[in-house]
Design a protein around this ligand. Structure first.
Ligand code: RIB
Length: 299
């Protein structure tokens, strides 16, 4: 029975190898790291944890290898339904993340099992999901267009965060989206506009996804949302930056949870910005995502 979930997140699971460095390694340089830690991550897993911590009933579908058992544990402990998790005999996806002394990051992702999802697994996973459920997708797994088209045919709603954004995203059926989350670089790629003006980027994105709520995140410069012909802006909460990893994923989880539970766009953006800022003040990916009570306790 899948009719108890509000969101099915078909997304990546990564083992994050995090290296603390004085600066990002340069060509031909060998750099000694100041610290190393291993975390549960992946844009998919992070967003599922954020959705669950924000109070939504979420199931995570995605694929990991035998070395990824602790990722399933992380999801389970966060309250995410893992009945749709798929197993691979190969390695789990992993990320190599440099975090510099200002908390900025540079990330390499090796897809591993995330890119081994078959059409049959897509069909079987979506089979029992009732119309109206939200399907959340990022761009770290294969078969995104197939997932979007099958989901739309079944009457699911679709939220897409096309990150990391390769050239293939231009051919995705973006017109099927109900929610689209992009940063400035992704927005420029998707619209073909060589501009940084948020208004022009939003105009271009709305033309691509006319019935979608479009959210443009700008990191420390806040976030914009285009919804039903209106524009909303939310400035970022000031915070001491420790590690920006997962800030976008936290924003997405909290924004969707608020909107699905009936909050206004303004309230959703405020809550999501607050949660994202709290994530930035902590190290790691999924482990840095705050619980709803913590977010709501902040003034
Ligand atoms: O958005 C942050 C995530 O991007 C990391 O957890 C890493 O796994 C990469 O997917």
């Amino acid at each position: 029975m899948s009719n108890d979930i509000e969101v099915l997140n078909f997304g990546s699971l990564n083992i994050d190898h995090v290296y603390h460095v004085s600066h990002f390694v340069r060509p031909q340089e060998t750099l000694a790291v100041g610290g190393y830690r291993k975390f549960a991550g992946g844009k998919g897993l992070n967003q599922s944890v954020a959705l669950a911590r924000a109070g939504l009933r979420v199931a995570h579908a995605g694929k990991c290898g035998t070395d990824g058992a602790f990722l399933a544990d992380t999801l389970r402990e966060a309250g995410v339904d893992v009945r749709f998790l798929l197993r691979s005999g190969g390695p789990t996806g992993h990320a190599c993340i440099q975090v510099d002394s200002s908390g900025q990051n540079a990330i390499l992702v090796a897809p591993g099992a995330n890119q081994e999802i078959t059409g049959r697994e897509v069909d079987e996973t979506l089979a029992g999901i009732p119309a109206g459920t939200l399907l959340l997708l990022q761009n770290e797994i294969n078969d995104i267009p197939l997932l979007m088209r099958n989901a739309a045919r079944k009457g699911l709603r679709i939220a897409l965060n096309p990150a990391p954004c390769g050239p293939e995203v231009a051919d995705y059926p973006l017109e099927l989206c109900d929610f689209l989350f992009v940063n400035e670089v992704e927005a420029a790629q998707l619209t073909g506009l060589a501009v940084s003006d948020p208004g022009l980027l939003l105009d271009g994105l709305v033309r691509r996804c006319p019935r979608s709520e479009v959210i443009l995140t700008l990191g420390a410069d806040g976030a914009w949302c285009a919804s039903e012909g209106r524009r909303f802006y939310r400035e970022a909460f000031p915070v001491r930056v420790v590690d920006t990893t997962c800030a976008g994923d936290t924003f997405i989880g909290y924004f969707l949870a608020a909107r699905l539970h009936g909050a206004s766009v303004e309230t959703a953006m405020r809550t999501a910005s607050r949660a994202g800022a709290m994530t930035v003040s902590r190290a790691g990916a999924a482990v840095s995502i705050p619980a709803l009570a913590e977010v709501m306790a902040e003034p």
